[in-house]
Design a protein around this ligand. Structure first.
Ligand code: KG4
Ligand code: ZN
Length: 346
């Protein structure tokens, strides 16, 4: 019998549905919400409303593209958390209703677990090399920045985390200061590709072990710009490429320094990245070069699998299905939902 799973992701501002059959992704549909752009950030009420509008057409499209019918589905998976409660509620309610109506299994997925397993996404037409366990995962998104040891598909240990802002937040907050649209990460990336990363230097935090701190960077950029604008009011527009390149280099240096320390400490030579910031061209290059230089195996998912998507929920759900780890109908979403709690470690 085929294992065919419909997966739903609705933790923030992307409504996504994917179908996975026997471990291979057959479809992955994403509806982005442009409504937030004019507010310079995600507005939770608007996100929830857009999910409600998008979810049925997105699921229909995912099923159609996969060439499967609702009756073929053996399990429905959904992101339980972490994320915006109103957004999570839409995906959770939809999945519960679908499981009841079609008498199939229900699988809850932690969004962070899914970002880590994005390196295992395979399609029928393109096979990629997968990390070997144990591997180190650098998880960098809009809400999280962690270094994780993945011992197996369903056993993970966090060895480093941010004590304040996430790497994605650092990109987005600095972009806002520079007057770039939300979310700023991709805009900084674009400008950085045309600029000189050594043009300016920003302070790097000194935090022990494998933890991160990014809150000081925004302040440092803010003061730097204030001083420069005093001398030249056109400073930002005239130097945007160099500012972005230097800023991006600082964020990447902070991430790579900790990753390097974690590799040395653990002796693990398999390294994967995940989360929206893993779409960054500079970070992707830095990881690849790091692997080449020291002889580590690096795994960099396709860009569309780094930012929020349901394919990563689907691959995670597939492994939970194999482990017979199912949820019941009384389950509810969790805005805060650490990996430790999810894996039953606390
Ligand atoms: O994983 P994700 O889609 O959502 C969360 O789970 O948070 O990550 C979103 C974050 C945003 O902060 C966005 O600016 C950042 O990923 N991001 C990037 C790039 N693409 C997305 N940051 C830097 N460079 C990019 N190319
Ligand atoms: Zn995410």
């Amino acid at each position: 019998m085929n294992i065919t799973i419909l997966a739903i992701e609705s933790s923030c501002d992307d409504t996504s549905a994917a179908v996975i059959q026997n471990g291979l992704i057959l479809s992955n549909i994403i509806a982005n919400q442009s409504v937030h752009q004019e507010y310079g950030g995600v507005v939770p009420e608007l996100a929830s409303r857009s999910h409600q509008q998008n979810i049925v057409p997105v699921v229909e499209k995912a099923l159609k593209q996969a060439g499967v019918s609702k009756q073929d589905i053996t399990a429905v998976a959904f992101t339980r958390g972490p994320g915006l409660l109103g957004s999570l509620l839409v995906g959770t309610s939809f999945a519960k209703g679908f499981a009841l109506a079609h008498q199939c299994k229900l699988i809850e997925v932690n969004h962070l677990h899914a970002h880590v397993l994005a390196s295992f996404i395979q399609t029928p037409t393109e096979r990629i090399a997968e990390p070997q366990f144990p591997f180190l995962s650098l998880l960098v998104s809009g809400g999280h920045t962690q270094i994780i040891i993945a011992h197996s598909y369903t056993n993970m240990e966090i060895i480093g985390t941010t004590i304040d802002d996430a790497a994605g937040e650092a990109f987005d907050k600095c972009a806002k200061v520079l007057g770039l649209p939300y979310p700023g990460g991709p805009h900084i990336d674009n400008h950085a590709q045309k600029g000189n990363p050594l043009a300016y230097s920003f302070n790097k935090p000194s935090i022990p072990d494998f933890d991160f701190s990014f809150s000081g960077l925004k302040t440092s950029v803010l003061y730097f710009l204030r001083d420069q604008i005093k001398q030249n009011p056109e400073f930002i527009s005239q130097n945007i490429d160099d500012i972005c390149a230097s800023l991006q280099k600082t964020i990447i240096d902070i991430l790579m320094q900790k990753l390097h320390a974690a590799v040395k400490h653990t002796g693990i030579r398999e390294i994967a990245i995940g989360g929206g910031v893993a779409a960054n061209s500079g970070l992707r290059n830095a990881i690849a070069e790091f692997g080449k230089k020291y002889g580590y195996n690096t795994y960099i998912p396709e860009r569309k699998y780094t930012t929020d998507n349901a394919a990563m929920i689907a691959i995670t759900a597939y492994h939970k299905y194999l482990a017979q780890d199912f949820a019941s109908q009384d389950i509810s979403p969790r805005a805060r939902y650490s990996l430790q709690e999810y894996f039953g470690k606390i």
